[in-house]
Ligand binder design. Structure first.
Ligand code: FPP
Length: 231
């Protein structure tokens, strides 16, 4: 089975650059190239949705110089609207965009609006995203709506991911084995794949490796394997 939705924790940009005696920011630039490569691969392999963890709620603790470079990388990405329109990509942003400079938040809204009629790959970019912030703001929205009791659907609809599918698989590059506050609820039944390759080196071979690894997993969602269920 091919996954419908793959989410990526793009880790290892800094180390990739440091190993080449280059500044960490160069790693983020090459990481952006890897993101673009993965968008094209997702189209090629007919994946429906890819999500990228571009900036976490914890990333504000990085040096301001690194944050400013990431802002410039986001600005550049957001200026390439025609590229994504021509690929029939539909862009979505999840996270609390209000903490970014206004021009970045505005460009995210503009890119969402300009691609919302597209019918191809969904590209979800998580910016100032963290699951704890997401659930807290969801609860606040529900409280503001005056709800006394809450159904599971109310919570799902108040999350940033309302209307989006949940990941079938979460891939983390860079060798660390943790989820780092990323889509914790949405990944409740996702398959987790951790690979040592640093994000800027993530290529088609790695992508196909992820598809093959996913295909080898048996998903049971708390139930039984189909064959066992018959017994
Ligand atoms: C983690 O690697 C990566 C990030 C915090 C930033 C990810 C952002 C990009 C790849 C830019 C592309 C995004 C868009 C939307 C165009 P790290 O710096 O923590 O790496 P390290 O663990 O080796 O230090």
């Amino acid at each position: 089975m091919t996954p419908s939705h793959i989410a990526f924790i793009m880790d290892g940009n800094g180390r990739w650059a440091e190993r080449r005696h280059m500044p960490r920011n160069y790693g983020h630039k090459m990481g952006t190239k890897a993101l673009e490569r993965v968008v094209d691969l997702a189209i090629k392999y007919e994946i429906k949705t890819v999500t990228f963890y571009a900036f976490s709620t914890e990333n504000w603790s990085r040096p301001q110089k690194e944050i400013d470079t990431l802002f410039d990388i986001f600005r550049n990405f957001l200026s390439e609207i025609d590229k994504y329109k021509s690929k029939n990509v539909k862009l979505h942003f999840i996270g609390n965009l209000g903490r970014f400079p206004q021009d970045i938040a505005d460009s995210c809204a503009e890119m969402t609006a300009q691609t919302c009629g597209n019918t191809g790959l969904n590209v979800v970019v998580a910016m100032n995203y963290g699951s704890w912030e997401e659930i807290t703001s969801a609860v606040n929205r529900i409280v503001a709506a005056g709800k006394q009791t809450v159904a599971e659907e109310d919570v799902k609809n108040a999350l940033y991911t309302a209307g989006l599918s949940y990941p079938d698989v979460v891939v983390r590059t860079g060798g660390e084995v943790r989820l780092s506050n990323f889509l914790l609820l949405q990944s409740a039944y996702a398959e987790l794949i951790f690979i040592n390759t640093l994000w800027p080196d993530f290529d088609e071979k790695e992508f196909v490796g992820v598809l093959n690894e996913y295909a080898s997993r048996v998903r049971k969602y708390g139930g039984l394997k189909k064959a066992d269920a018959k017994a």
